[in-house]
Design a protein around this ligand. Structure first.
Ligand code: HEM
Ligand SMILES: [Cu+2]
Length: 601
């Protein structure tokens, strides 16, 4: 992607070489773009793993078409004749989840969008600690490479779910889990470095006049997300290191006394607590879901504000709601653990906090919805993605409520209903926000628009196929289909035919429908990928630096932005969304515009 060209008038130092400029860059925009490419590549890879799993579920025991031989070459006994074995299914399942959450969606939101936009939107020339920023990307990349390398070791990668629950994770007799833990330690370290940078930049480097309540909503969401990462990741890092010690030295932080594996006593000292791991894992992983959703909401808010041409309704409520969301989200983690036998008192506490955390999400969603009222809406591609985020996220949030009550969760836990629930929030929810954001900021990064026609093909296709994939999962889960079964439940269904709780044919047939949905979704990503690359050369050129007639600071500098963002430090005079302000000649008033300029006489 294009990069900020050093302006000839800027000093006399020589142009940095290729390595300095693109590989070891300390420019937050280049680092953001590095994060962007890397995380989208991981997303594609995670998607590919999912595709193979969905084939196996829809056609259990049949060789994977086209790449069966390749799978056999890499995974040998785990893919004899190109058929996905239960072990391989577990590997792909664990790595799909890990890659999507830790290497794709979180990095794209905080690493790519966060890096590219936070300094420009607050009016700074770079992040507070540019070298740390580079290091953060490199740790992330290294963690990702370790994860990828584990595919090629004997025995293959980790296979105990993205949650890595002991004892299972510790008794699988391969090194995949060790790689997973080492990779996670690097990824977590990278996140911590990144969040320190984002927080410091927002606190310290705001341009003159950029008061807290003049910050774009996206900045608030990045701010809260960075705090969540900073507070919630260290316990998982510690837990990961402890699990690594268990794995390598045979200690038993997480292995209970008297553990038997396949009828024989396990080699473990005992005395450890598997439940402790679950607590430490979810203490991060629940806040982590808000690390995904908050910046997604921020992106959606920026796009909506720009395309309704009027101020966001309830900006301040949204800011306070995002702070409340951040605070409450660290108090709900054990709603993933109702089945551990925690007792009614603790369950009641976590049910209550879980219901409370949905309130601020609803506030944000409601504000965005009300904002649409009476706007003269522009239905361009970014806006279509942003608008669709609202109902898709709402489905995700609403389906979370029955999971939040322990009485109903006992039935739904570990079924496809949970899979349906969280994919609605992360896939047509968060990932739609990511797509919208790419279409929206692309002209700033490259000076050209992405193609609208193909953008709309991408949008409609993704919307339809996402729902074809995830809607049936909610029904399957309610019918009792469990998650993480490599045959999609067919053996279970056959062994219970006609019995109470068996899986009817229609529910099983949905596996094939979902496979077609996944194939469709893959196909409609092709125009998107081509659009990103072809538009860089062939896209319609922007007529000026502010092609969407936007108000926030990134649009008030040149395109693509200069290496230090602004030639002259911007001075901020107003809030972020002053659209259609009465008395002004244009329907947008940039944050940099002083009161007496632009006003009608
Ligand atoms: C109103 C809001 C929400 C409520 C009440 C809620 C509730 C829950 C509950 C209780 C579970 C555990 C279910 C079980 O395993 O039995 C769960 C799972 C999950 N939720 Fe949510 N949720 C909400 C929003 C979100 C959001 C915004 C995200 C992501 C952006 C999310 C992502 C997830 C994930 C990834 C899991 C499954 C993890 C796993 O077991 O692998 N949820 N949710
Ligand atoms: Cu949760």
């Amino acid at each position: 992607m294009s990069q900020p060209e050093a302006h000839p008038s800027h000093g006399s130092h020589s142009e940095p070489g290729f390595l300095r400029k693109y590989v070891f860059s300390i420019d937050h925009k280049i680092i953001g773009i590095q994060y962007g490419y890397t995380s989208l590549a991981f997303m594609l890879f995670g998607f590919f793993l999912m595709g193979i799993m969905r084939w196996q579920i829809a056609h259990p025991g049949e060789a994977v078409p086209l790449i069966g031989n390749f799978l056999q070459t890499v995974f040998k006994d785990a893919a004899i004749n190109g058929v996905v074995s239960p072990d391989l299914y577990n590997m792909f399942g664990a790595m799909h989840g890990t890659i999507m959450v830790f290497l794709a969606v979180v990095p794209v939101l905080t690493g790519a969008f966060g890096n590219y936009l936070v300094p420009i939107q607050v009016g700074a020339s770079d992040m507070a600690f540019p070298r740390l920023n580079m290091m953060s990307y490199q740790f992330y990349l290294f963690g990702g490479i370790v994860m990828l390398a584990s595919f090629f070791i004997p025995g293959g990668p980790a296979q105990s779910g993205w949650t890595s629950y002991p004892p299972l994770s510790l008794i699988v007799p391969t090194d995949g889990q060790t790689y997973w833990l080492v990779g996670m330690v690097f990824i977590i370290t990278s996140s911590l470095l990144g969040s320190v940078n984002i927080i410091t930049t927002i606190v310290q480097l705001r341009a003159p006049g950029m008061t807290w309540l003049r910050l774009p909503f996206f900045i608030w969401t990045e701010f809260v997300a960075a705090f969540l990462l900073l507070l919630a990741f260290p316990p998982l890092e510690a837990a990961g290191l402890l699990q690594l010690v268990d794995k390598l030295t045979g200690s038993s932080m997480f292995l209970p006394t008297g553990l038997a594996v396949s009828g024989a006593a396990a080699h473990a000292a005992g005395g450890g607590s598997p439940i402790l791991w679950q607590h430490l894992f979810w203490f991060l992983a629940h806040p982590e879901v808000y690390v995904l959703i908050l910046p997604a909401m921020g992106i959606v808010a920026e796009i909506i504000a720009n395309n309704i041409r009027k101020p966001l309704w309830g900006y301040k409520s949204m800011v306070y709601a995002s702070l409340a969301l951040g605070f409450l989200s660290v108090l709900v983690w054990a709603h993933h653990m109702y089945l551990t036998g925690m007792g009614t008192v603790i369950a009641t506490f976590f049910q209550t906090t879980t219901m409370m955390v949905s309130v601020p999400s609803v506030i944000i969603l409601t504000c965005l919805l009300i904002s649409l009222w009476g706007g003269s809406i522009r239905f361009n591609t970014p806006m279509l993605f942003a608008l669709t985020f609202l109902p898709m996220f709402a489905i995700g949030g609403l389906t979370g409520l029955p999971l939040g009550f322990s009485a109903s969760d006992l039935h739904l836990h570990d079924t496809y209903y949970v899979i349906g629930h969280f994919h609605y929030v992360v896939a047509p929810g968060t990932i739609f926000a990511v797509f919208g954001g790419i279409y929206y900021w692309y002209p700033k990064m490259t000076g050209r628009f992405m193609n609208e026609f193909w953008g709309k093909v991408h949008f409609w296709g993704s919307l339809i196929f996402m729902n074809v994939i995830f809607m049936p999962m909610l029904s399957q889960g309610m019918a009792g289909m469990l998650r993480r079964m490599s045959d999609g439940g067919i053996n279970y269904a056959l062994s219970h035919t006609g019995a109470e709780g068996s899986l009817p044919n229609m529910i099983m047939e949905m596996n094939r429908v979902i496979l077609w949905g996944a194939i469709g979704l893959a196909i409609v990503q092709i125009p998107f990928i081509l659009n990103v690359f072809i538009s860089m050369r062939k896209g319609v050129k922007v007529a000026n630096d502010n092609p969407w007639d936007a108000t926030t600071l990134e649009w008030q500098t040149e395109t693509p932005p200069w290496v230090y963002n602004f030639r002259k430090e911007p001075v901020v005079h107003r809030g972020p969304y002053e659209y259609s302000v009465p008395g002004f000649s244009r329907d947008f008033t940039p944050q940099t515009e002083p009161d007496n300029v632009g006003a009608k006489h």
